[in-house]
Design a protein. Structure first.
Length: 735
């Protein structure tokens, strides 16, 4: 029987369970000489701290009598004994049991007051320097403020991790600012869910047609649609979608658009006769990219002396007889300010790059090479024999300490020091990154952009490489001939068959492309597990770390989430000598393969050989957990030749990567690829996804699942339309 509301007060003796994402916890609270079980939203509980909890007694069918907390108030430890227990539980980062004992012996009941208000005095304790005392004080004040804010957020059903980001943005004034305008949580960088913020605002008394709500809804719609790849929205669609989102009439939304235009928070323009609305930064990216691309495309250089002889010598030295298409690309690279090179697998893009680099070097030109991801840059370096970097590293991505926002050191005022810039895997580059890249290339120099326009579009807004090619306004070489050696690969030939809408050859048995039929999701998982853990390593000498499992989807019995659980159990099972940490749906364990799932420009990294250091780990980077320290709540991840330390508060930026979606595999190439092909959404079972998956494999590709699904994907040429204006701008169709 449920009892009336009661109040319990006591000290936390044990934290049985805590979910760091939503703040839910199961605690042992010492009340009146006995321990009672308390359950509820208690963000960041620490052993030794005092709680005053309001709630009801209930009886759980499995765990028995427990107290369900509805409200709570934290009471910081008062006595020396309580403070010692609190600090010894590592409640404050940087203080362990031994250090806690020395601090409390020195300051007694005054310890927490000194840590908050006079942290410099901590240097009076043996083993604590002045710098360490300052850091401990900062950490303690941050944690106190953070917990108060997390309790406030929990009360209003806002995500606990949002409190962390909000506190970093607004500090101790966060609650005061949010009472004044709750939609501040929708500012760029906070990544707040609009529904939760909107409910919070209404709880605080914001009216349905309040201008702040209308404007926040409009900005949310535009930002949300960036994740679908749209650089803008037609004005009518934006107004209708926002009115539906907010359950208001269109007129106040239309008025909101005008206010935001007046405040320069939106930009309106006509494209091909349609009125469209941009966020300012997207408008600037498209418009400026158009201007720079046209400027570079108009630039022509005189033919270098002896160019034909140099091209013949390059071919002879490398043992290559260039096709007419390839020779044209090499010539154009020498004489064009801008050159686009596109072609599918086996058409010689790598051969072209080598020839272009050799010619440009003979002309005495300094070349810089880049690609969108670390793996793509590493592959570019391997195939050319020259150093290549990610675009972010090329542009020297850095963090503004005043705002916490990323910026590029290299721009129009501080351009790259190069005569030619060559970028591979351009299909992955969105319009904002293209804009940053174009700004950094010195005027009057060469820019060569290489890619396969039939690959999936970038994760970010726009599809610039496709737009540039389809505009037919920029110098372009299309490679169409498949070379003899490539024709011997069924991976290459099936990729081209799929791209042309023809079913791939699935019956071959002595090739680099295999299809293995299975009739259930469970049998698909078990076969993939067996291939990764036994058959490929033992029979073909391909170690598990050189095998990448792909799936079109995250969810379902053969989506990446289930496949990752299966493969983790097979390839890196739990063991006493492998520390691990559970976070949400995942367990992260020493030795696991993991992927960064969002750009983080703050994370510091250093080369594993100690030769360099920098900052920034980016969406799609894959690494291995080398060390995991549960006490320090940190882990070290090695990404190819870089290593970075992560705090456990950053676990929401990681996912297991034994299996990844095809979208996440863009720009990477793997020795062996296993693709699950099963039922799913028609938006994911598409020709472009199958084509992209096939072209990720270098030596071996295995499809596991249903022939019918392969046929569905091959025949489904549907491409999600993206609102992108770059092609129209290049064609001059703006008003």
């Amino acid at each position: 029987m449920t009892e009336e509301l009661e109040i319990l007060q006591g000290a936390i003796r044990a934290v049985v369970y805590q979910n760091e994402e939503n703040g839910y916890a199961v605690l042992r609270l010492h009340v009146g000489g006995e321990n009672v079980t308390v359950v509820g939203t208690v963000p960041l509980p620490m052993i030794g701290e005092q709680l005053m909890v309001t709630g009801r007694w209930t009886t759980h069918p499995s765990y028995g009598k427990q107290f369900e907390a509805e409200f709570l108030e934290r009471l910081m430890p008062q006595s020396s004994t309580e403070i010692l227990a609190y600090l010894s539980s590592r409640a404050v980062k940087g203080i362990g049991p031994r250090m806690a004992t020395r601090i409390v012996e020195k300051f007694g009941d005054e310890t927490l007051r000194i840590m908050e208000r006079e942290p410099q005095r901590l240097a009076e304790v043996t083993g604590i320097s002045a710098d360490r005392a300052r850091i401990i004080g900062q950490t303690f004040r941050l944690q106190v403020g953070m917990r108060q804010l997390m309790e406030f957020f929990a009360l209003h059903h806002l995500p606990a991790d949002l409190a962390v980001r909000a506190y970093k943005a607004y500090g101790d004034s966060t609650m005061e600012l949010l009472y004044d305008d709750p939609y501040l949580l929708m500012e760029e960088g906070l990544e707040a869910p609009f529904g939760a913020v909107d409910r919070f605002a209404i709880e605080l008394g914001v009216a349905g047609d309040d201008p702040r709500r209308i404007e926040a809804g409009l900005l949310f719609e535009l930002n949300y649609n960036l994740t679908a790849g749209h650089s803008f929205l037609p004005q009518d669609k934006l107004i209708a979608a926002t009115a539906q989102l907010l359950s208001v009439e269109p007129e106040p939304v239309r008025q909101g658009v005008e206010r935001l235009l007046e405040a320069d928070r939106l930009v309106r323009q006509q494209l091909a006769g349609i009125v469209v609305i941009y966020l300012p930064r997207l408008y600037q990216a498209e418009a400026e990219s158009t201007r720079i691309l046209l400027e570079f495309s108009a630039l022509r250089f005189p033919e270098p002396k002896g160019m034909e002889a140099m091209i013949r010598r390059i071919g002879k030295d490398s043992g290559i007889a260039y096709s007419q298409e390839q020779e044209q690309a090499i010539r154009e690279a020498a004489m064009s300010g801008l050159l686009l090179i596109t072609g599918g697998p086996g058409t010689g893009k790598t051969t072209i790059l080598k020839g272009i680099l050799s010619l440009l070097h003979q002309m005495g030109l300094k070349c810089l090479l880049a690609a969108p991801t670390g793996r793509a840059a590493k592959r570019l370096s391997e195939v050319t024999g020259e150093e290549a970097s990610t675009i972010h590293r090329l542009l020297e991505a850095s963090i503004d300490p005043a705002t916490g926002k990323m910026f590029f050191v290299r721009d129009g005022d501080n351009p790259l020091k190069a005569d030619a810039v060559i970028v591979d895997e351009m299909s992955m580059v969105d319009v904002e990154l293209l804009h940053a890249l174009l700004q950094s290339v010195p005027q009057g120099k060469r820019l060569i952009l290489v890619g396969d326009a039939d690959q999936l579009p970038p994760v970010g807004p726009g599809f610039p490489f496709s737009d540039m090619l389809r505009s037919q306004r920029l110098p372009t070489v299309r490679l169409t001939e498949i070379f003899r050696q490539a024709r011997q690969s069924l991976i290459v030939m099936n990729a081209h068959r799929v791209n042309q809408g023809q079913l791939p050859e699935l019956r071959a048995v002595n090739s680099d492309f295999f299809f293995m039929r299975r009739k259930s999701e469970e049998s698909v998982r078990e076969l993939i597990r067996d291939l990764c853990s036994k058959r490929l390593p033992q029979n073909m000498g391909i170690p598990p770390e050189q095998i990448q499992v792909l799936s079109p989807t995250r969810k379902g019995g053969v989506g990446t989430m289930e496949l990752n659980r299966t493969l983790q159990e097979a390839l890196n099972p739990a063991s006493p000598d492998k520390p691990e940490r559970r976070f949400g749906e995942y367990v992260f364990r020493k030795g696991d393969r993991v992927m960064q799932i969002r750009n983080n420009y703050d994370i510091l990294w250093k080369k594993t050989d100690g030769s360099a250091a920098g900052c920034g780990i980016f969406n799609g980077d894959i690494g291995t957990i080398r060390e995991l320290d549960p006490e320090a709540e940190t882990m070290t991840i090695v990404f190819d030749d870089r290593e970075a330390e992560y705090d456990f508060t950053q676990l929401n930026e990681l996912e297991p990567a034994y299996a990844v979606t095809v979208h996440k595999s863009q720009g990477s190439e793997y020795r062996a690829v296993i693709l699950s092909v099963w039922n799913g959404s028609p938006y994911l079972l598409t020709r472009s996804i199958l084509y992209t998956a096939i072209t990720r494999a270098r030596e071996l590709l295995i499809l596991v699942g249903r022939e019918e699904t392969v046929a569905v994907m091959t025949n489904n040429a549907k491409k999600n339309r993206r609102y992108s204006g770059l092609k129209l701008r290049l064609q001059g169709k703006t008003e």
